[in-house]
Design a protein around this ligand. Structure first.
Ligand code: FE2
Length: 481
């Protein structure tokens, strides 16, 4: 039996542009700008199907806001893997958990990192004055935010050394610099830490050697440090050289390694410390800051990496499937030592993923208080994410939004200009309404966590991952740190 939300893992019916979506309730007059969502537009290439939620061909969705109105458009990212899938009707590039069918001869001829997808479907960001679609490879695909047309792969002046990167670059709004971690797989591998200057020039600021690299989806950043939580989901680089299995299936869960935290001074590139911790797994760091002699790191953690298996589409299509519980956790590292053990606590036992907060104002700031996330209602534990949650990290208090048959995507906070309260703004989340068979953009009052408006899209939007709200004149706005 198919799960009620299965249309979220199928194929988007069309590319459309709509000047004005029908609205119930209202969207604030002050909300002016564009929300770009990224994610799979289809899980099929011809008659072939991708295997995992993190596979598929990238599609951008654009919601623009002005004078209380909401417009919408969606468009595939026109990359080589997209064009090849369209022309051949086959999967021809390797994805996170799907490889093209290859003959034994072709397998034998494979070399280090064969045709990896350039369908950058995981995140979006504005970097060096360009709008980029981001993937787990260091390829960044530029797009036009007005038309959603694909501009092409963006080439930085200096070469980025490495094959895989996190899709969550960190921004230092005081300087305009962007940081990311790129893993270079080799006999002795390295986590290379890069800084991208607002001009677009790149600089490798540090490098951490590692024999068996961990799967890193994000990393932490404080005012002084880059934090790598090295989850024990690790790969022997020789297995990537042979490439006998899809990318992620080469990684093994080795909990005896624990989850060491490596801390790098992001100004000097020096390794400042390495701290031991029991094994756990995470996709998403939330915030990190230095306070009272400690380095504090918040993230959505799991007891193990089984969440990756749970995201295979054959598992997700079973409505009785229970996703492992990710919870908001806090880790504390002693800054007066170079080694030691990490202290940890659970800030909230709400089941969550895709966490967000007021990043633009409060990244690296110990005063931050609210985290927003997609969540699973404990009374409807099986299936997919079915509510939106807001957590107060100071006391664990939670507020939720839930509607029967509705499946929310990542909630993006947009602050009201001139706000003083942290939660003075709206939460924007794309919701699949499995009863009506389409999606809508939900606007919640971020303070009360009640609905203020919804804009209906005529078709279902597939479950995506990440998005970003861009004000109309990003270089002139005054919302920075
Ligand atoms: Fe992510």
């Amino acid at each position: 039996m198919s799960a009620p939300y299965i249309t979220g893992f199928s194929e988007t019916p069309a590319e459309i542009t709509l000047e004005s979506l029908p609205i119930q309730g209202s969207f604030p007059q002050w909300l002016v700008g564009t929300l770009i969502r990224n994610g799979p537009g289809t899980f099929h290439a011809g008659s072939q199907s991708y295997r995992h939620w993190f596979d598929g061909l990238a599609m951008l969705h654009k919601f623009s806001f002005a004078r209380g109105k909401v417009s919408y458009a969606n468009k595939y990212l026109e990359t080589k893997s997209y064009q090849s899938a369209r022309e051949t009707g086959k999967i021809t590039y390797s994805e996170f958990a799907t490889d093209p069918c290859r003959s034994l001869f072709a397998r034998g001829m494979a070399f280090f990192f064969p045709k990896i997808t350039d369908s950058a479907k995981v995140n979006v960001a504005r970097i060096a004055d360009h709008y980029m679609a981001l993937a787990e490879t260091p390829i960044q695909v530029e797009f036009d935010i007005d038309t959603l047309k694909t501009v092409g792969v963006f080439n930085y002046e200096e070469r980025i050394v490495g094959q895989m990167t996190t899709v969550h670059p960190q921004f230092d709004f005081s300087t305009g610099d962007v940081y990311n971690v790129v893993t270079r797989y080799h006999a002795l591998s390295h986590y290379n830490i890069y800084r991208i200057h607002p001009s677009g020039s790149t600089q490798r600021i540090g490098s951490v050697p590692v024999m068996n690299p961990a799967y890193l989806h994000s990393f932490g950043m404080s005012h002084k440090y880059i934090i790598l939580a090295e989850f024990p989901l690790v790969v022997n680089p020789i297995h990537l050289l042979l490439w006998l299995k899809p990318y992620i299936e080469n990684f093994r869960w080795e909990p005896a390694r624990g989850t060491p935290f490596t801390v790098v001074n992001r100004h000097t590139g020096e390794i400042a410390g390495r701290f031991e911790c029991d094994s756990f797994f995470a996709f998403h760091h939330v915030n990190a800051f230095e306070k009272g002699g400690e380095l504090v790191i918040d993230l959505v953690g799991y007891d193990d990496a089984s969440i990756i298996q749970s995201y295979y589409l054959n598992r997700l299509s079973d409505e009785h499937n229970e996703l492992p519980a990710g919870t908001l956790r806090r880790y504390r590292l002693p800054l007066n030592q170079k080694r030691g053990r990490v202290r940890s606590e659970v800030l909230s036992d709400a089941f969550m993923e895709l966490p967000r907060f007021d990043y633009e104002r409060l990244n690296m700031d110990s005063s931050y208080r609210y985290v927003y996330a997609s969540s699973i209602n404990p009374d409807q534990r099986s299936g997919f994410y079915n509510q939106v949650v807001k957590i107060d990290v100071t006391n664990g208090r939670q507020q939720t939004w839930h509607q029967a048959g509705c499946y929310p995507g990542e909630p993006v906070f947009v602050g009201r200009p001139g706000r003083s309260a942290e939660d003075d703004g709206v939460i924007l989340s794309v919701i699949l309404d499995s009863i009506k068979g389409n999606s809508f953009l939900l606007a919640l009052d971020a303070h009360t966590f009640t609905e203020i408006g919804r804009a209906e899209v005529p078709h279902p939007i597939l479950f995506g991952y990440h998005g970003e709200f861009f004000p109309p004149h990003p270089t002139m706005h005054s919302e920075g740190s």
